[in-house]
Design a protein around this ligand. Sequence first.
Ligand SMILES: CC(C)(COP(=O)(O)OP(=O)(O)OC[C@H]1O[C@@H](n2cnc3c(N)ncnc32)[C@H](O)[C@@H]1OP(=O)(O)O)[C@@H](O)C(=O)NCCC(=O)NCCS
Length: 153
Amino acid sequence: MNEAILLNPIIREMHPSDLQHVIRIEREIFLFPWSLENFADSIRAGYLCRVIEEKNNLLGYSVMMLGPDEAHILTIGIGAQWQKKGLGEKMLQYLIRLADEEHAQSIFLDVRESNHGAVKLYKQLGFEQVAKRKGYYPSMCGREDALIMRLML
Ligand SMILES: CC(C)(COP(=O)(O)OP(=O)(O)OC[C@H]1O[C@@H](n2cnc3c(N)ncnc32)[C@H](O)[C@@H]1OP(=O)(O)O)[C@@H](O)C(=O)NCCC(=O)NCCS
């Protein structure tokens, strides 16, 4: 695959048959990845699980949980070779629209404090930091804080 195929990526529901592809990307881009079972559980629980693909090539994915008033983005990932081409932003814009259509009043997410690229993207889309969870994430050198970010809809 090369960049030329990124003409019109589509976002669709994640199916159990996607999970081998999803987990391959997950292990490539996260130091502490979700397991395949975590994704399977999310589908079974009825969370809003989506993939972004082009011509049957799976490029990334997201999982969002919808509560009565709030949505929570539990994970979002774009395959390493497809990052920084606008796909993460496209997926987030889609999730924001979806949460809005479902009448959520806000969207929350947690992000590692050191994940400057993701934090920058979230801020660009209007998320703001509302709290910090001390030592929330495991890291290579102990624990790392999570920033809790919120977008009001
Ligand atoms: C974070 C992630 C989802 C962003 O998706 P992406 O497709 O790479 O991001 P986009 O191309 O849509 O970026 C849009 C904007 O975000 C910012 N951005 C994204 N990645 C960045 C990076 N690594 N460094 C700096 N800025 C970055 C930029 O401002 C960019 O806008 P620009 O291209 O005009 O400068 C993706 O890089 C990823 O999967 N990373 C690994 C997993 C991860 O960290 N997930 C988030 C956990 S909370």
